[in-house]
Write a protein that binds this ligand. Structure first.
Ligand code: LIP
Length: 279
């Protein structure tokens, strides 16, 4: 494990990070407004990326390396998927790439920082509306500098719940659709908006009461999960464990409907098969 041997001033870091994220967001929106679908490329079946994903990732990794020399990276567009460094950045340069490539203005930049494998800082930036969500461990969560907290709705019948679907066809899609039907029957509404990071940010600020998804990647959810936790919500995997980041199954709620949603998930075929998130 590579150590930096110095304490990091997160306040100083914050100004530089927000400046870099906003600058990357400006670039992304400029390219979004003139993007043509024939520019899209595919990493795998139904798994798109663009030169904008790659450019934004390069901008952010360069800024982060400068801010914490010796830090490690887990990022969507490179092969860095594991790092044992003392400080590790977890970055999704454009979360909601499919929306981006189809001209749907709902995508975000997600950047988190881990120290000794614990999340300490998270940013989710939605550049079209210039909404900067930020969380620091133990110091709460904010939207454009104003404190945010999860909603106080305590019944699933009154809840707006978000989810997402894995890109490629997968062996558990029937069980997943069956779970989604269960949630649809119980909740006030269901949303599939296409950016996990923004789904989590919306739980943190009380727009949604919950978000769940499986086969989701650490870089999609790392920053947003810290937002929910620091805004007074809960984040677990499908079994209720706290070790959600690399298990690829996530449930986040305002805490007040956690038991009601977890009951639906754990009673479902999907919830009973603990392997499902790794297929
Ligand atoms: C997306 C997630 C979304 C999920 C999509 C995709 P990407 O991330 O934010 O929640 O349903 O399948 O994984 O690929 O746009 O960064």
């Amino acid at each position: 494990m590579e150590s930096t041997n110095k304490s990091i001033d997160l306040d100083h870091l914050d100004q530089e990070l927000q400046q870099s994220i906003r600058k990357a967001g400006e670039f992304a929106v400029k390219e979004f407004r003139r993007f043509s679908f024939n520019q899209v490329e595919f990493k795998a079946e139904n798994d798109p990326f663009t030169f904008v994903d790659v450019s934004v990732e390069n901008m952010l990794t360069e800024a982060c390396s400068r801010l914490i020399p010796g830090s490690g990276f887990i990022t969507e567009e490179s092969d860095d998927q594991v790092s044992q460094n003392e400080y590790v950045w977890i970055i999704d340069p454009i979360d909601g790439t499919t929306n981006f490539t189809h001209g749907v203005p709902h995508f975000s930049i997600s950047l988190a920082l881990q120290k000794d494998q614990k999340l300490i800082l998270g940013y989710v930036y939605e550049p079209v509306h210039q909404e900067m969500f930020r969380a620091e461990k133990g110091k709460g969560a904010s939207l454009n500098g104003e404190p945010i907290s999860v909603s106080e709705i305590s019944s699933i019948q009154s809840s707006l719940i978000a989810t997402g679907f894995p890109y490629a066809n997968h062996p558990w899609r029937k069980e997943y659709v069956s779970l989604i039907m269960q949630v649809m029957d119980k909740a006030n509404g269901l949303r599939r908006m296409g950016s996990a990071a923004l789904d989590l940010a919306y739980v943190a600020c009380g727009r949604y009461e919950a978000y769940f998804e499986y086969k989701i990647n650490p870089y999609d959810v790392a920053a947003g999960a810290l937002l929910v936790l620091e805004a007074g919500g809960m984040v677990t995997d499908f079994t209720g464990d706290q070790d959600f980041l690399f298990k690829r199954k996530i449930v986040s709620t305002n805490g007040r409907i956690q038991e009601q949603l977890m009951a639906l998930i754990q009673e479902s075929d999907l919830g009973r098969h603990d392997v499902v998130g790794n297929v």
